[in-house]
Design a protein around this ligand. Sequence first.
Ligand code: ZN
Length: 64
Amino acid sequence: MTSTTGATACPHCGRPDGAEPFQVVSRHLTAAGSTLWTRCACGSLQVRTADGCGTRVVSRSRPT
Ligand SMILES: [Zn+2]
């Protein structure tokens, strides 16, 4: 069972952040874990942070 940090979903297409088949654009290691740049199925670019508790979306752009 993966822990979640709340019921967040893409505001542009409504897909749940944890369920959508998002595409990983790039990955950067940080002191706290890693930062993932992902793209939603609707084209919105998302910034996710990953740590020992899972991942969460911290920023997103409009669909391109
Ligand atoms: Zn979306």
